[in-house]
Design a protein around this ligand. Structure first.
Ligand code: NI
Length: 427
C-alpha cells in the first residue's frame, strides 16, 4: 500500500533538530520514497492528514524482556538480588510457551500504542516472541536468554536453530542475536562457547553488563577485574555487542567500550527502580560510545514507555552531573531512535526518516494543551510529550495503529488471555 502523510511537521533525525513544517512523506513498497515534495508519479492508496501532527522515526526500545509484563506490579520495592533471585526467577521457572506468547502480545500492544516500532528482547521460549512479532507487524531483534545451568550443548544448539529459523524472517523485520544473560550467570567456558557459535553464524551479542554494585564487587572478588574487562579478555567484544545497563563503570571500562565500539542500552527507569544508580551516560557519549535507551522488562519499570525513558535520560543526567547542558532534548531523542537502530545493527534501514529507508514512522497528535505554545517541538518531546500522544504508527510501510486504534492486534483478547496466564503463574 502506498501511503501519503500530508501537511505534517516532521522531525527526521537525519539532521540534528531539523523540523520540517507543513510537509509530506510518501511511502511506497514499505520504504520512504520522498520527504518534502510528492513525486508527480506517486499514487497514494491511503492519505493521512498530518495537520497538527508531528511525524518522527518510530522509537527503538533497545533492551527489554517483553513477556515479563506478566510479572508487572507483582514484586516491587525490593532489593535487586531479592527481586531477581527470590521473586522473579522462581516464577519464570513456571512459564509456558503460551504464557510467553500472551505476555509478548500484551507488551507489543503496549509498545505500539506508545510509539515503539522496534525492540531488542532477551528471554525464554523466543519462538513465541518471534510469532508475536510476525503477527503484530512490529520489528525486533530477538535473543534466547542463556545461562550456564543445565544442558549447555542443547542451549547452544537452540540458539543456532533459532537463528536459522528466524533471522531475516517476517519480511526482514526479525533479526537474531546471541543472548548470554550476564557474566554472573554464564561462566567463562560457557561464554566462550556462545562467542564461538555467534562468530560462526555472524550473530551479534546482547548481554547484561555491570548493572549492580554487587556484580562489580563479586567480579573483582572472583576474577580481580570488572565484568567489562572480563568479557573483553574473553574476546566477546570482537563481535558487535549490545550491552545493557553498564551502570557502574571505571574509566578503563569506558575506554574498552569505546575502543571495541560496543553499543550500550541505558535503562534509566529500571536502574532507578532497582536501586542500581546512574550510568555515566555523558562520559560514554563524550568518548564516542553509541548509547541507546531501553525500558528493561516491565517487572522492573513497570511499563514499556520510551517517552518516559527519554524524559528520564534528559532529566537525571543533569541532576547526576550537576550540568544542565547534559543530555539535551535532541540527544535523548537520538538515543531512543537512531542510536537504538545502530545498537541493533539496523541503522541503515531504520532510525531516521530518510529517502530509501524503511517506513517506521509515528505520528503524535499535537492538538493538546501540553504542546502549546510551539516554541520547540524537540524540547516538547523530551519534556512535555506523553506516550499516549502517539496516534498513528507505521512499521515497514504498514499501518499498525491509526487514530489510536490497533490494526493488527485484538486488544481485548490479548488482555483477557494475559490475565489468565498471570493468574496461573502467580495465583
Ligand atoms: Ni534486562
Amino acid at each position: 500500500m502506498n501511503i501519503l502523510i500530508k501537511n505534517a511537521s516532521i522531525l527526521t533525525m537525519a539532521e540534528e533538530a531539523q523540523i520540517m513544517e507543513n510537509t509530506n512523506i510518501a511511502i511506497e513498497n514499505g520504504k520512504i520514497k520522498s520527504v518534502g515534495f510528492v513525486p508527480e508519479d506517486f499514487k497514494a492508496d491511503k492519505t493521512i492528514d498530518g495537520t497538527n501532527k508531528l511525524a518522527m522515526p518510530g522509537l527503538v526500545n533497545a533492551h527489554t524482556h517483553i513477556a515479563m509484563s506478566l510479572f508487572r506490579n507483582y514484586a516491587d520495592d525490593l532489593p535487586f538480588w531479592t527481586w531477581l533471585f527470590e521473586r522473579i526467577m522462581p516464577r519464570e521457572d513456571k512459564l509456558t510457551p503460551e504464557d510467553v506468547y500472551w505476555g509478548s502480545m500484551l507488551s507489543i500492544a503496549e509498545m505500539i500504542r506508545f510509539g515503539v516500532t522496534t525492540f531488542a528482547d532477551m528471554y525464554f521460549f523466543m519462538d513465541e516472541v518471534a510469532k508475536a512479532v510476525e503477527e503484530s507487524g512490529i520489528r525486533a531483534s530477538l535473543s534466547i536468554g542463556l545461562s550456564d545451568s543445565g544442558d549447555q550443548e542443547l542451549k547452544i544448539k537452540n540458539t543456532k536453530e533459532f537463528y536459522d529459523n528466524w533471522h531475516g524472517k517476517a519480511d526482514g523485520r526479525i533479526t537474531v542475536m546471541a543472548g548470554p544473560h550476564a557474566p554472573y550467570s554464564c561462566g567463562p567456558e560457557f561464554l566462550a562457547k556462545v562467542i564461538d557459535v555467534a562468530a560462526e553464524k555472524g550473530m551479534g551479542i546482547h548481554i547484561h553488563l555491570s548493572e549492580s554494585k554487587k556484580e562489580i564487587e563479586d567480579s573483582f572478588n572472583l576474577r580481580g577485574k570488572s565484568p567489562i574487562k572480563h568479557v573483553y579478555d574473553l574476546g566477546l567484544f570482537e563481535l558487535p555487542t549490545l550491552a545493557a545497563h553498564c551502570v557502574h563503570l571505571s574509566d578503563e571500562d569506558i575506554d574498552i567500550l569505546a575502543e571495541k565500539k560496543v553499543s550500550v542500552a541505558n535503562n534509566p527507569g529500571s536502574n532507578l527502580k532497582l536501586g542500581n544508580g546512574f550510568a555515566r551516560v555523558e562520559d560514554m557519549l563524550k568518548k564516542g560510545i553509541n548509547v541507546a535507551l531501553g525500558t528493561d522488562g516491565s517487572a522492573s519499570n513497570n511499563n514499556l514507555n520510551m517517552f518516559e525513558e527519554i524524559n528520564l535520560a534528559a532529566l537525571i543526567n543533569k541532576g547526576y552531573t550537576g550540568d544542565t547542558t547534559s543530555i539535551p532534548a535532541i540527544t535523548a531523542v537520538k538515543m531512543a531512535t537512531i542510536n537504538g537502530a545502530k545498537a541493533l545493527g539496523i541503522d541503515k534501514e531504520v532510525g531516521t526518516i530518510e529517502v530509501g529507508k524503511k517506513a517506521d514512522i509515528i505520528l503524535l497528535d499535537l492538538n493538546k494543551p501540553h504542546f502549546y505554545p510551539r516554541y520547540n517541538l524537540v524540547a516538547s518531546l523530551a519534556y512535555s510529550a506523553q506516550a499516549s500522544d502517539v496516534e498513528t504508527v507505521i512499521v515497514d510501510g504498514k499501518i499498525l495503529m491509526e487514530n489510536y486504534e490497533l490494526k493488527t492486534i485484538d486488544l481485548e483478547k490479548v488482555m483477557f488471555n494475559a490475565e489468565i496466564c498471570a493468574k496461573s503463574l502467580i495465583g
